[in-house]
Design a protein around this ligand. Structure first.
Ligand code: RIB
Ligand code: CA
Length: 314
């Protein structure tokens, strides 16, 4: 039976690739996509998610969630993703409609109607929607099978400040609620996502698939990778968000360990830092499965094989 998931995202090119990977994977039943202000404002993130549904011919419903973090103003990342959020492909007004329900209400109502431990949440942007769900209706917690999120960092350091990764930094209060919620969490931080680099060879293999979805992925990555390749002098950019979906499809690609992870919400200097107790030097609960290693060739083989399936549609 397919795993029932809700993807909460801020497309963003890498969120978009995560969506396209999920849509092509029969192991996953995407119950809905909720969007949040993050890489770009909410009105663009929900438009971009609906564009991906059109491109992939997915019937997953798309909802707009929170446009601002829980306790502070939004900060965005057009300097990486471009003004549209998914620069690298032609923008169009999608046919996929925006659902009228708020994304937080969709998550709450879907979870309350579900069996215990039956729905996996896959957040790939700031955790505002998920934190709001938990704060507003803690009764949903037993329904959550697991939270498989992209965010945070340990040895890799921050990507938006010296101490903090973007998703956690944008809404540290929401992240704090999530990390304290008591449900199983799998965390894909920069330490693992910076291993899945979009090298030329990997992107050319995707482009060689010669189908519209693979072309869109190659185009988006081609724009998205410029900033990080220059910043890190790297042969490609980290494909952050698809690591969450790939983990759900093929967990054996990844290596991690259970650790305590806590979020800094007070310090101006280190706001949004994720303190990963990797060596268990505290007695704080091991609330997170911290992923720190990935078979990056295997990751791209999976992504490429799934994108190839879009060419099989007659
Ligand atoms: O720091 C990387 C994360 O921030 C990714 O999820 C990217 O899409 C942005 O949201
Ligand atoms: Ca994202």
């Amino acid at each position: 039976m397919a795993r029932r998931i809700i993807i909460d995202c801020d497309p963003g090119q890498d969120d978009a690739v995560a969506l396209l990977l999920a849509f092509a994977s029969p192991e996953l039943d995407v119950l809905g996509i909720t969007t949040v202000g993050g890489n770009v404002p909410l009105q663009l993130t929900h438009r971009n998610a609906r564009m991906m549904c059109d491109i992939a011919d997915s019937k997953a419903p798309v909802f707009a969630g929170c446009d601002q973090p829980m306790r502070r103003p939004l900060r965005t990342a057009e300097y990486i993703h471009g003004e549209t959020g998914i620069d690298g492909i032609d923008i169009f007004e999608p046919d996929t409609p925006l659902q009228s329900r708020h994304g937080v209400d969709f998550i709450i109502e879907t979870l309350l109607a579900a069996d215990d431990g039956s729905i996996t949440l896959v957040p790939t942007g700031p955790l505002t929607n998920i934190g709001t769900v938990i704060e507003r209706e803690p009764g949903v917690l037993p329904k959550i099978e697991r939270i498989v999120l992209m965010g945070g960092a340990m040895r890799e350091g921050g990507n938006r400040t010296p101490s903090a990764e973007f998703n956690i930094l944008v809404d540290p209060e929401a992240a704090d609620i999530v990390f304290r919620c008591g449900r199983p969490i799998v965390q894909m931080g920069l330490d693992v996502t910076h291993q899945v680099l979009s090298t030329r060879e990997r992107i050319e293999r995707i482009r060689a698939l010669d189908n519209p979805v693979a072309d869109a992925v190659a185009g988006m990555i081609g724009f998205f990778e410029r900033y990080d390749m220059s910043k890190y002098s790297a042969p490609g950019a980290p494909l952050h968000d698809p690591c969450t979906v790939a983990f759900l499809i093929e967990p054996g690609l990844f290596t991690g360990k259970d650790c305590n992870v806590a979020v800094e919400t007070q310090s101006d200097l280190t706001l949004g830092h994720t303190a990963v107790d990797f060596w268990h030097v505290t007695d704080r609960p091991r609330n997170v499965h911290w992923v720190y290693q990935v078979d990056s060739d295997g990751f791209y083989e999976l992504l490429t094989e799934r994108l190839a399936r879009y060419g099989d549609v007659t």
